[in-house]
Design a binder for this molecule. Structure first.
Ligand code: CA
Ligand code: ZN
Length: 298
């Protein structure tokens, strides 16, 4: 099996980045990724204010997918995530949703043992491995790996995990996928500014999603589609998620806008993904009983 090592890293998603590897459609491949600190914090003596934040969320890639063209859409299947033996959580004044509660920077190393994270001597947490940064190259410009957007990137959405898939619009030939920033577990919101940050390897495959014209990433779980929107404010983000979702539901069920709007309101959940990045991320959960498939243009 092809294994793509973490020697080739990007710090921003951009069409200027040359691919470090390429894969075939439907090929299963393994990608090695650093943690969100690029491995700078390996002991409790290293504090968040001491590290180089410009290289945070460095992502392995770009990985070109052969035969994929700009204007198409891809489906990235997450088959498995293999985590390192220890994760880290930092707190620091100003970091996260209420960084004013924190007076002194502190680093906690969190070992993993037999499917659990050893949060403290008395508290073990079940692992819920997920990918924080997963995205494709934007059409132009450059987006730092710490920032989410229509290309994906730092979405910090806990449903980006094994068993689920993520659809992306493709802006450049080959899609130029990159990923990193794994979490051993994280709650909705990523409230202190971090999950249990950890390095690891992801087992992925990519297929084409013919006929899809997507504006932003969509996660598929066994029971739902999740429309993932990232914007600068909660207001703009929720409005975007609602509009895109109403259009998709109307399209799939051939409903008028008012009918689709009512159906959305009666059945869909708007959930918080993260509120701590430069843009916040929300996801609209559309049950498959409402929208069995993503709408395809013929
Ligand atoms: Ca992140
Ligand atoms: Zn992270």
């Amino acid at each position: 099996m092809k294994r793509i090592g973490s020697e080739g890293l990007i710090y921003a998603f951009s069409p200027a980045n040359e691919p470090v590897a390429s894969v075939e459609l439907d090929e299963t491949f393994l990608v090695e990724c650093p943690d969100c600190y690029s491995g700078q914090i390996r002991s409790e003596n290293v504090l968040r204010p001491q590290i180089d934040t410009t290289i945070m969320d460095a992502s392995t890639g770009p990985i070109a997918v052969r035969g994929v063209k700009a204007g198409e859409a891809i489906k990235v299947r997450i088959h498995d995530l293999f985590l390192d033996s220890q994760g880290v959580m930092v707190t620091s004044p100003g970091l996260g949703s209420r960084g004013d509660l924190i007076e002194e920077a502190e680093t906690k190393i969190i070992p993993l043992c037999r499917g659990e994270a050893l949060f403290s001597e008395t508290l073990r947490l079940p692992l819920a491995p997920m990918i924080g940064v997963l995205g494709v190259s934007p059409a132009k410009g450059s987006v730092h790996c710490a920032v989410p957007g229509d290309h994906g990137g730092n979405m910090d959405t806990k449903d980006v995990r094994p068993g689920n898939s993520v659809y992306f619009p493709v802006f450049v030939d080959g899609a130029n996928l990159a990923l990193g920033d794994f979490h051993a577990c994280m709650g909705d919101g990523e409230l202190s500014g971090t999950g249990i940050e950890i390095a690891g390897e992801a087992l992925l495959s990519v297929s084409k999603a013919p006929g899809l014209s997507l504006a932003l990433p969509v996660i598929e779980t066994p029971r739902s589609f999740m429309i993932v929107a990232s914007e600068e404010s909660f207001d703009a983000c929720s409005k975007r998620a609602v509009k895109e979702s109403v259009e998709m539901i109307a399209d799939f069920r051939r409903l008028s806008t008012p009918d689709a709007y009512r159906l959305l309101s009666a059945t869909c959940d708007l959930r918080i993904s993260q509120i701590v990045n430069e843009k916040i991320t929300l996801r609209m959960v559309i049950p498959k009983t409402v929208m069995a498939e993503l709408p395809r243009s013929v």
